[in-house]
Design a protein around this ligand. Structure first.
Ligand SMILES: *Cc1c(COP(=O)(O)O)cnc(C)c1O
Length: 397
């Protein structure tokens, strides 16, 4: 295919018809300031130096690109490399983004950090970064999720964050997001809102992509050094889409490299219990941008489901909708059972226990192996480690 050189988003934050900034008037001033600050830091060596310092000294970058030899032999047609984001401090890629945003917050003179969290992973990564810089931190979390994810609540509290359970609506992620935005509108003067994926009002999707794109930059040069060529495929799970976009972006102009994003099919894409937004959704507006969205016939946002709490989001970042529409990437789905089986497979084959989210990408390897003629190489984003999922997985062992 012919690929247009990537200069997206445009000035108004659009990726083709997707993206944009659907925000209440009270937030527009702040979002414009944030956009200005973001344009500045892209060229600012002091920012880059500070960000690089924390990525390396605190989070543990660069992460390894590991050649999974036994898994490759098992799959026969695929030579598999794992980009080990699971080795980072806090056990997943999310820390890349929260460190970047907290440095931006400090530059803008903000002293209070807020975030919303579903499973608690983004809340933990945010509380970590806030503790590192001694900033006040409030995390909104649906009351149901507070119950289901009590260990992450303990982690956030230990690091000094205040966790506010949200009792409205379905008491899950989307209600927590609404509360966080409400707080932000009231306290914009001193408060910075850290969004956890490539979603939300412009400039968040491009800002989060920029902070996560280190994954693909490192993987590209590591793969070139090891194999003296580019990989044939990139594979990553997609919740909001930040680990996938982090891996994909550096390869955008490499037209020979095929990209596959793996969504959660939950109990099946033909049931009401899944999170396969790009496979089954329609165009709509959620959390400030236009993208694909799971909604009912009245336009009400549907409750998403996945065995992996971090994929359990009814929206997806606007740039993924654009990649799908333009054909730059392909999006597939894997159900709960297939993901659990893949978690076991990687654990036995390589001694690496992946997160349930990541296991969706691992599961697709077996399907890809059957599609490939001859031999192909693939980089999988190992977005996180499975320790957090041991309670849930124990009934399948
Ligand atoms: C949160 C999370 C995800 C999903 O988020 P993206 O923004 O789609 O990357 C995937 N893997 C892990 C380990 C996570 O914690």
């Amino acid at each position: 295919m012919k690929i247009k050189k990537q200069q997206l988003p445009d000035k108004s934050g659009h990726y083709g018809e997707f993206g944009g900034c659907y925000a209440p008037e009270t937030l527009m001033g702040l979002l414009i300031d944030l956009e200005k600050e973001f344009q500045k830091i892209k060229k600012d060596k002091t920012f880059q130096k500070e960000f690089d310092y924390y990525l390396k000294e605190y989070a543990g970058r660069p992460t390894n690109l590991y050649h999974a030899k036994r898994l490759s032999a098992h799959l026969k047609t695929l030579n598999v490399y794992l980009k080990r984001e699971d080795l980072l401090h806090t056990g997943a890629h999310k820390i890349n983004n929260t460190l970047g945003q907290i440095i931006v917050a400090r530059r803008m003179g903000k002293t209070r950090i807020i975030a919303e969290t579903g499973a608690g992973q983004h809340g933990v990564a945010t509380a970590t970064a806030a503790a590192l810089f001694g900033l006040k931190c409030v995390i909104y979390m649906g009351a149901e999720d507070v119950k289901r994810q009590s260990l992450n609540v303990v982690r956030m509290k230990l690091m000094g964050a205040e966790v506010r359970p949200v009792e409205s609506g379905s008491k899950t992620l989307k209600d927590a997001m609404n509360e966080a935005v409400r707080d932000w509108v009231t306290n914009v003067h001193d408060t910075f809102y850290i969004i956890g994926s490539v979603a939300g009002f412009h400039p968040y999707p491009v800002m989060v992509r920029t902070f996560q794109s280190i994954i693909g930059k490192e993987a590209r040069s590591q793969f070139l050094a090891k194999e003296k060529k580019l990989p044939d495929y990139l594979l990553a799970c997609v919740g909001g889409g930040s680990n996938a976009m982090g891996l994909f972006h550096a390869f955008y102009n490499d037209s020979s490299v095929k990209m596959i994003g793996v969504e959660a099919a939950g109990h099946g894409v033909n049931t009401h219990a899944h999170s396969a937004t790009l496979t089954k959704g329609e165009v709509g507006v959620l959390h400030g941008s236009k993208s694909m969205l799971l909604q009912d016939k009245d336009g009400q946002v549907q409750i998403a489901h996945s065995v992996a709490a971090g994929l359990d989001y009814p929206g997806v970042g606007p740039e993924h909708s654009y990649y799908q529409q333009s054909g730059r990437a392909e999006y597939v789905s894997i159900d709960d059972q297939e993901a659990v089986a893949a978690l076991k497979l990687l654990s036995r084959m390589e001694g690496i226990i992946p997160a349930l989210e990541t296991s969706h990408a691992i599961a697709y390897l077996e399907k890809l192996a059957r599609r490939v003629k001859g031999k192909a190489s693939v980089i999988v984003c190992l977005s996180g480690r499975g320790d957090k999922d041991m309670n849930q997985i124990s009934k399948f062992v």
